[in-house]
Design a protein around this ligand. Structure first.
Ligand code: MG
Ligand code: MG
Length: 278
């Protein structure tokens, strides 16, 4: 075995993983619909949980030792791993990222995140800056996904993500928080970097299923962990963004498992046609 040792999925297994992807997407859609000024992050978490259960799955975040919620919800300078709380409320104009995952009864996983700006902010300059940050994050995710379609080696994805981020602004890419393989566990090998690394990473071949998840700030790349032991926040207090999709390399092309249309619409501008088997 090479030093890159991880399970490649069969086409049939990828079809099973699509179910987990759609459950995850349902969770995030429910959160998106519930976002408004004054809502508690615990209420958003409950919306995700209900949608995943209604879709026939269960939360895989709850399978992470010591974590008891369906989502991570991170606000403004928080980058990732914010814990939902009945005492934490969204304010108009906040930039908030929601990370969510689901597992099927058969044990396959999905993992996805979005960043949105809470409507109603009155500081138009702040709104504009945060809307751009959210959009630049989303664009970097899709640039990485598009790169996967023709990648020889996995770090081709990181190179594309990094190029997109630095092409959009003077941002700080987190170094120690990265994407990963997805399968029977939410977190598997291989690591998926959001920047160019010294090594190319493993060869990209059919059966590879990964979570691509750019995380960066509007300032520096340094982060700190808050007193709750989970929340990762920017060290300089700058706003942060996090987007994520679970993407499979099927032998007929890539398939964005956590995007309802499989990535067809978002990949069109890159000239990439994903497989859409459902
Ligand atoms: Mg995630
Ligand atoms: Mg992830």
């Amino acid at each position: 075995m090479s030093r890159h040792e991880f399970e490649l999925k069969t086409n049939d297994q990828i079809v099973e993983m699509r179910k987990a992807g759609l459950m995850t997407a349902a969770g995030l859609a429910a959160v998106r619909a519930a976002i408004r000024p004054g809502v508690s992050t615990l209420e958003l978490d409950a919306a995700a949980e209900a949608a995943i259960v209604a879709a026939g799955g269960h939360s895989n975040f709850k399978l992470v030792p010591g974590y008891h919620h369906t989502t991570c919800i991170s606000i403004n300078d928080e980058v990732v791993h914010g814990i939902p709380s009945a005492d934490r409320f969204l304010a108009a104009g906040d930039i908030v990222s929601i990370d969510c995952g689901a597992e099927t009864p058969s044990g396959w996983n999905g993992d996805s995140a979005i960043t949105v700006v809470v409507p109603g902010g009155t500081d138009l300059a702040v709104n504009k800056r945060r809307e751009k940050l959210a959009k630049d994050g989303e664009n970097s995710l899709w640039a990485g996904i598009a790169a996967l379609a023709s990648a020889r080696y996995l770090n081709d994805v990181g190179i594309a993500v990094e190029k997109s981020i630095y092409g959009a602004g003077n941002y700080g890419i987190l170094e120690d928080y990265i994407g990963h393989g997805v399968g029977r566990s939410m977190h598997e090998d291989p690591p998926v970097f959001n920047y160019k690394t010294k090594h190319t990473g493993p060869a990209v071949s059919p059966g590879l299923v990964i979570a691509i998840e750019p995380m960066f700030t509007a300032g520096g790349r340094k982060v700190k962990i808050l007193a709750d032991g989970w929340t990762v926040s920017s060290k300089d207090g700058s706003d942060a963004v996090h987007w994520e999709h679970t993407v499979a390399v099927h032998d007929r092309g890539i398939w964005v498992l956590t995007e309802p249309d499989g990535g067809v619409e978002k990949l069109a501008r890159f000239g990439v046609k994903p497989v859409a088997l459902d």
